[in-house]
Design a protein. Structure first.
Length: 348
């Protein structure tokens, strides 16, 4: 295996740590390395299971367009191709062709005896660079040797979750048949929501510190002015910007960016603790528009760990490369990205 040179941390949790980088001899080809080497002992068994599922899924995928391809596996982590694109919840496609192509992609997976099993999350869907659909995150995917009732149900749920995405982002494209499917859950799905889903939520959110939704409470609207005033009262603080990010098991957290030459860490921490701010990131200078306004769109992407979108932004606005790189390198949230409204859709 060639030497991997990491450039960016994409995600870090109790099951793995993912880096974006390159391999020796291919500096222009981006690769993802997902490692379980540093996972805690208590989560290691499940981390191994999830990684094996992902490896098997990618071997089954083969060379399908806009799906990750397995490069290598060294016993402690896997290397796969990087699938560039815009996550569904940001791209919000309205072209019926995109949804037809996504449907054909799921049909091809089904033909190969495979189901994704995690398509309710729009961040697992991509609008790839060529405009076609892409899929990522195959840790929960399953490859079925027998195509019996259980396989057919899981494949049906994959298609149903695609319809949910269409309802969320292009509801005018839903057909009467699609509406009927969304209005009528299958019996296994109803049983899962009434029993297994509750256990899953308890384990992932409380025990493993995961979250499937950001919540909807606007803490900035309620508390923002008071918090900003407290930070601005500190020496060497010239400006403050607040945004929210997904906070496992508790909805949303507050992320503060504090601009200044060298604010005292102890004083920043004291204000954060007093006002319930989860992360405080010192910044030498905010990215600003020509009229002086802070680029809150960039700060939000940093706070929510939206590395892909930051890379896309730099490609569009290369003059921001240095400031965005500094913000990204200093970010404090390495968790997964979640979408505010998606969990509400799960109950429908």
């Amino acid at each position: 295996m060639k030497t991997f040179h990491p450039t960016t941390v994409l995600k870090r949790d109790v099951f793995s740590e993912s880096h974006l980088g390159t391999l020796d001899g291919a500096p222009d080809e981006q690769v993802v390395h997902r490692s379980i080497a540093k996972t805690p002992l208590w989560s290691r068994p499940l981390a191994i299971v999830l990684m094996r599922r992902e490896i098997r899924a990618m071997r089954t995928i083969g060379e399908m367009q806009n799906l990750p391809r397995l490069i290598d596996w060294d016993g402690k982590g896997l290397y796969r191709t990087w699938i560039g694109g815009t996550p569904l919840h940001l791209g919000r496609p309205s072209d019926p062709l995109w949804y037809r192509q996504a449907h054909h992609m799921l049909r091809e997976l089904r033909r190969r005896g495979m189901t994704h099993n995690d398509l309710a999350k729009p961040q697992n869907w991509l609008i790839a660079a060529d405009g076609r659909p892409g899929l990522i995150d195959f840790q929960l995917a399953s490859v079925h040797r027998r195509r019996g009732a259980f396989f057919r149900w899981m494949a049906y749920e994959d298609f149903r979750h695609l319809l949910k995405q269409k309802r969320a982002f292009a509801p005018d494209l839903l057909t009467p048949t699609g509406r009927r499917i969304l209005a009528r859950r299958s019996l296994p799905s109803r049983i899962w929501m009434a029993t297994g889903k509750r256990v899953y939520n308890f384990v992932t959110r409380r025990l493993f510190n995961w979250s499937d939704g950001e919540g909807t409470r606007d803490r900035i609207e309620r508390e923002g002015k008071t918090i900003e005033a407290a930070f601005r009262a500190l020496p060497d603080v010239s400006d403050v910007a607040l945004t929210v990010f997904s906070l496992p098991a508790r909805g949303v957290g507050l992320y503060a960016f504090v601009e200044g030459p060298a604010p005292a860490p102890a004083r920043l921490k004291a204000v954060a603790v007093k006002h319930g701010v989860e992360y405080v990131q010192p910044v030498e200078a905010f990215p600003r528009r020509p009229d002086g306004r802070v680029r809150e769109d960039i700060l939000k992407l940093v706070a929510m760990n939206q590395v892909t979108e930051l890379n896309d932004l730099v490609a569009r606005e290369p003059q921001l490369r240095d400031v965005v790189r500094a913000l990204s390198d200093g970010r404090l949230n390495f968790g997964d990205r979640r979408v505010i409204h998606q969990e509400a859709l799960e109950t429908n």
